[in-house]
Structure formats: structure tokens, C-alpha cells
Ligand binder design. Structure first.
Ligand SMILES: Nc1ncnc2c1ncn2[C@@H]1O[C@H](COP(=O)(O)OP(=O)(O)OP(=O)(O)O)[C@@H](O)[C@H]1O
Ligand SMILES: [Mg+2]
Length: 590
């Protein structure tokens, strides 16, 4: 994990090295100052008549040392911030870029909320602790060692008081951190829940309102939020013990040193100046210990975050290009050859079982079947959104796994069942299909998809701004825009996954007619719930529980396929659908 994270420091290596260096310089200056102070007191003030010259010279040195210390401290702060912010930026980018390579299977593994937490809260954690490590990781131990050495040089007996204090304080801090750590580990899991609640709620706010579930959702959020709050209060209140324990130790040390020191001054075994320096070192040592403990808290807090970040960066896409990929899709023929498919390797049954289909280029294929009968799963294999578990899918005579993914997906346009538009104008959205499309091409595609009529009625026409997720267009309008966007790819295979479900039947028929006359060479695969959407197709596939129940023309299926006939009758006699064919009622009435 550390290796993965360290790799992302990249161009901020220099700053990462400079920071501890400046901090070290600051520590050195901090150690020198009390030495100089002792010299001023002992050799300048405490000599008969006083030595002004000595005081001035050493005083000047002291100012210089303080100035260098200040400069080093400032630079350390600056480079520390630069390095840690840069590190965080690289981590976010690395995650983001890797997420872009994720296949649908990878995306299924992480929740959206989880990915968002990883890219925000977790990165911020690592950023803060990296800054802390750069600045304090070197500074605190160095400062402690320097002060300790200096103290022993001045007076071993008094310095041993520090040693005892450091060991005692170290033990207490260790227990505090261990206890707090336990809570911090839980906090981040709770964060995921909180984010999941926010994300789900805000993105589905319309559904929440429609079902008057605001109160339920608010309670859910309040619960998640309370859990995070509780854990933080517990962890932080333990951490807060640090300060009083540390202050208690500092004052005990000062008392002890003053007491022992006073006796020693009386017996002339220590000078006043040295005693003053020792007191200054006391503060330095214990402060460093305190900082060190904070560094440990930060590190342990960010360990969990670091792991979660590394997981995303190291995730390898389950679908990659072949070593020597085919760049050209010859034609729009599709062959399913003994295809078996399941979403998760350890899943028990197959979602698709022994699928064999041979679709010729330019053919129009209808797919029909109940919800969950694996229609979407079937077509997702064509553009290689998922890979088959067994068997093969061939497009243009070549296994889809042999193609360059971009080349394949440019020629196989899918209008997904759960489709979405992005914030931007209609033109911008359409050009997702083809960056270079001219206005003329965009208009033609919209005409084919019967989207031109409503776009032209909009005040800004094709420059109308679509809100995020396409919230300012109707469901049917959105579907037609999505179809137009797919048409702009000029695909060899066009797949519409229930893409006209929200479009009225008359418009649906017009779109189908336009397809037949305007893009006759494109293979069209149309998934629908309404028989009327597919009855004119060259062939219709009836799916049932992941298997093909029948293939044929409308007439053939009416003749020989029970499911198809039942659905047809239920739809023509009004009402009913795949899951509850109205035909049952008809029978009951007989
Ligand atoms: N991403 C996924 N991970 C795991 N299982 C999935 C996933 N997507 C679908 N499934 C499962 O696969 C089966 C087939 O789903 P699929 O979406 O292909 O059905 P469908 O025929 O398109 O249904 P609908 O008409 O409702 O769109 C279902 O049992 C579903 O639970
Ligand atoms: Mg579906």
C-alpha cells in the first residue's frame, strides 16, 4: 500500500525532501538559542561589572539564529503545504484516471458513495498526515534528541529527570493513541454510510418527495450522522487527554528542576544561565513528544484511508484490449456462440444460459421478455460492457475480445436502459456521439430520432441548456435525445435497450420507420416491452429466464410460441404485461 501511495508523490519529491531539511534547520537553531542565552547570563550578566560587549556579540548571534530558525520554519511550512497538497492532487488524479478504465464489472464492486468518500475525505486525511509527517516526523525526534543531548552536556543529573519524564509520558501517550485508534478505524466505515445516505438521497430526491419519504430519509441521515459524531467525540475526547497529561508532566518537571537546580546553585555546581537553558530544553523535549504523539495519531488515522485509496489505484480493469487489437469492424453481423454469462464469478447460476443467435448485418432484431429475463445482460455483451463467462460473441465475424475497445464501441452504439444526459447544451450532448459532428449532422440525427420537433419548439433550440442528469427534459424527450446521440456515431450496430418506453406509440412507429428507410445497412437490435415496438422486425427473440424461448417473425411466433402469443393477446386486449399477462383474466372469464 505504501509503495502505491509513494509512487504518486512524483513531481513533489523535491519539496518533500526540502521540508524535513528546513524543519531540521529550525530545530538546530532552537537548540542553539538557549545555549547562547546561558552564555549571555553567565559570561555577560553574572560577571562583576557585566560584560556589555559579550552581551552584544552573543545577542547578535542569538538574533541571527532566531532569524534563520524563523526562515527555516516558514520555508518548511511552505514546502510542506506544497508537497502535501500536490501529493493529494496526484492521488485524486490517479484514482480518477483508474476509475475511467473500470469496466462495468469493476464499477459494480465499488459503491458510488464509497468512491466519493475515497476521493474526498480519505485523500484529505492522507494529505494532512503527509504534511504532519514531513514537518513533524523529522522535527519532533530531532528536537527531542538535540535538546536531550544539550541537556546532558550541561548537567547529567538534571537531564535524567527528563529521561524519566519522557519514558513515563511516552507510555501514557501510547495507551491514549491505541485507544483512540480503535474509534478512528470505525469512523471511516461510518463515513461511507453517511455518504451513501447523502448520495442516494440527493440524487433520488424526486423519488423521495414523490413517495413522501422525507422523514424516513431524514432519520436515516440523522442516524448515520449521529454515529459519525459519536465515534469522533469518543476518539477526540481520548486524544484531548494528551494535553492535560502533558502539561502535568511539564510542570512537574519544572518544579523538580527548580528544586534540584536551586540546591545545586547554592552548592555552586550549576550556573543560573545553565539552569535557565535546562528549563527551556524541558519545554522543547516535552513539546516534541507531544507532537510525535500527534503524528502517530494522524498516521494511524490515515492508515485506513491510505488502504482505501490504494485499493482503487491498484484495481485492474477486468476488461482490457487484446495485445494486437483489431481496429476495424467489418460489418454489423452478430453471432452468439454457446454463450454463458454470470455477473460474479462466485454466483451460483448463470444469468444467460447457452445462447446461440446468428444476426446478419442490416437485420432488425426485436428482443422481448419479462423483467429480469436478461435482455439487457444479453445486449451488453455485444459492445463488451461485460465479458462472457463461457462461449463467444462475434461482431463482424471476429470475437469482440479481439477488438480495440474504442473501435468496437464506436461501431456498436448502445442506448442504455438507464441512460443519462450531461449538463451542457443539446449540441454538446449530441456531440458525445461524435465530437466532429456538424450542426447539420446533429439536426439529421435528431430528425431520425423524432427529437427535432420538440427541440425546435424550445426557445433556444439546439442551444438549450440541459441540466445535470437531463432533469429539465421529459422522459420521452430524454430518450429521443439519447437515440439521436447514438445515431451520430454512425454505428454498424445500433442497440436500443427499452429506449422508446417513454415515447408515445405513434412517435415510436415514426422512429422505427425512419430507421428502416434512412439507416438500412445498420443492424438494429431493439429491446422493448411493447409488442408493437418489435412486431415489424425481421426476427424477434423471446427471452425467458436467461434463455432463448423462441426466435422468429411476428407471425411465426404467434403461431408457435406460447409466451409471445399470450403477451400479444394481453396487449391487444388491453392492459397486462410480461409479468402478469392479462390473458389469464381472459381465460378466467371464459
Ligand atoms: N450489475 C449486475 N450485477 C449483478 N446482477 C445483475 C446485474 N444486472 C442485472 N443483474 C441480474 O441479472 C438478471 C437479468 O437482468 P437484466 O437487467 O439483464 O434483465 P432485463 O431482461 O434487462 O430486465 P428489464 O426488462 O427489467 O430491463 C437479473 O436477475 C438481475 O438481478
Ligand atoms: Mg433491461
Amino acid at each position: 500500500m505504501l509503495k502505491t501511495l509513494m509512487k504518486q508523490i512524483k513531481e513533489f519529491k523535491a519539496a518533500s525532501i526540502a521540508t524535513p531539511f528546513f524543519m531540521l534547520l529550525e530545530v538546530l537553531m532552537e537548540t542553539v538559542v538557549p545555549f547562547l542565552m546561558a552564555s549571555i547570563i553567565d559570561d555577560g550578566v553574572n560577571v562583576p561589572g557585566g560584560d556589555i560587549r559579550h552581551i552584544c556579540i552573543v545577542g547578535a548571534w542569538m538574533i541571527a539564529a532566531a532569524a534563520v530558525g524563523l526562515f527555516a520554519g516558514l520555508m518548511g511550512g511552505k514546502y510542506g503545504a506544497y508537497a502535501s497538497a500536490g501529493f493529494a492532487k496526484n492521488l485524486r488524479q490517479a484514482m480518477y484516471y483508474n476509475i475511467q478504465t473500470f469496466s462495468f464489472a469493476n464499477i459494480d464492486k465499488y459503491s458510488t458513495a464509497g468512491l466519493v468518500t475515497r476521493m474526498t475525505t480519505d485523500v484529505t486525511n492522507v494529505q494532512n498526515s503527509y504534511m504532519m509527517i514531513l514537518r513533524m516526523g523529522m522535527r519532533a525526534p530531532a528536537s527531542m534528541i538535540c535538546a536531550m543531548v544539550a541537556a546532558f552536556l550541561i548537567n547529567g543529573r538534571i537531564a535524567s529527570i527528563y529521561l524519566i519524564a519522557v519514558v513515563l509520558l511516552g507510555c501514557v501517550l501510547f495507551f491514549i493513541i491505541r485507544k483512540a485508534n480503535k474509534y478512528f478505524n470505525i469512523v471511516f466505515e461510518k463515513y461511507d454510510d453517511l455518504n451513501a445516505s447523502v448520495q442516494e438521497n440527493v440524487s433520488a430526491i424526486r423519488v423521495v418527495k414523490a413517495y413522501v419519504r422525507e422523514e424516513y430519509e431524514t432519520n436515516k441521515f440523522a442516524n448515520a450522522s449521529a454515529k459519525v459524531y459519536n465515534m469522533f467525540v469518543k476518539a477526540e475526547s481520548i486524544i484531548a487527554c494528551n494535553m492535560p497529561v502533558m502539561m502535568f508532566t511539564v510542570y512537574t518537571c519544572i518544579l523538580l528542576i527548580s528544586w534540584v537546580g536551586a540546591h545545586m546553585i547554592v552548592s555552586d555546581s550549576i550556573t543560573t544561565g545553565n539552569l535557565m537553558s535546562l528549563l527551556a530544553y524541558c519545554m522543547n523535549i516535552l513539546m516534541s513528544l507531544m507532537m510525535l504523539s500527534m503524528v502517530f495519531v494522524m498516521i494511524s488515522m490515515s492508515m485506513a484511508s491510505g488502504r482505501r485509496i490504494a485499493e482503487v489505484i491498484n484495481e485492474t480493469a477486468t476488461i482490457h484490449n487484446d495485445d494486437d487489437p483489431v481496429m476495424e469492424v467489418k460489418d454489423g453481423s452478430v453471432v452468439f456462440d454457446h454463450v454463458y454469462f454470470k455477473y460474479k464469478e462466485n454466483a451460483e447460476g448463470y444469468v444467460l444460459k447457452d445462447i446461440n443467435i446468428d444476426i446478419k448485418s442490416g437485420e432488425t432484431i426485436g428482443i422481448i421478455g419479462g423483467t429480469g429475463s436478461a435482455k439487457t445482460s444479453l445486449v451488453n455483451l455485444i459492445s463488451r460492457l461485460y465479458d462472457v463467462t463461457d462461449g463467444s460473441v462475434r461482431v463482424g465475424g471476429i470475437d469482440v475480445r479481439k477488438y480495440d475497445m474504442e473501435a468496437l464501441r464506436n461501431k456498436v452504439a448502445v442506448v442504455l436502459q438507464k441512460n443519462t444526459l450531461f449538463s451542457g447544451t443539446i449540441y454538446e450532448n449530441l456531440r458525445w456521439g461524435n465530437k466532429e459532428a456538424t450542426d447539420e449532422m446533429c439536426r439529421r440525427a435528431c430528425k431520425l430520432a423524432c427529437a427535432d420537433e420538440f427541440i425546435e419548439r424550445m426557445p433556444d433550440g439546439y442551444n438549450t441548456y440541459i441540466e445535470q442528469g437531463g432533469s429539465n427534459v421529459s422522459g420521452g424527450q430524454k430518450q429521443r435525445l439519447c437515440i439521436a446521440r447514438a445515431l451520430l456515431k454512425e454505428p454498424k450496430i445500433l442497440i436500443l435497450d427499452d429506449s422508446t418506453s417513454a415515447v408515445d406509440t405513434a412517435t415510436d412507429a415514426r422512429i422505427r420507420k425512419a430507421f428502416a428507410t434512412e439507416i438500412p445497412d445498420t443492424t438494429k437490435i431493439i429491446i422493448a416491452q411493447r409488442i408493437s415496438s418489435v412486431e415489424h422486425a425481421d426476427r424477434i427473440i423471446v427471452m425467458n429466464e436467461g434463455q432463448i424461448n423462441g426466435i422468429g417473425t411476428h407471425e411465426e411466433l404467434l403461431e408457435g410460441n406460447d409466451i409471445y402469443r399470450e403477451v400479444y393477446e394481453s396487449q391487444t386486449s388491453g392492459g397486462g404485461d410480461f409479468d402478469e399477462p392479462a390473458v389469464k383474466e381472459v381465460k378466467d372469464n371464459e
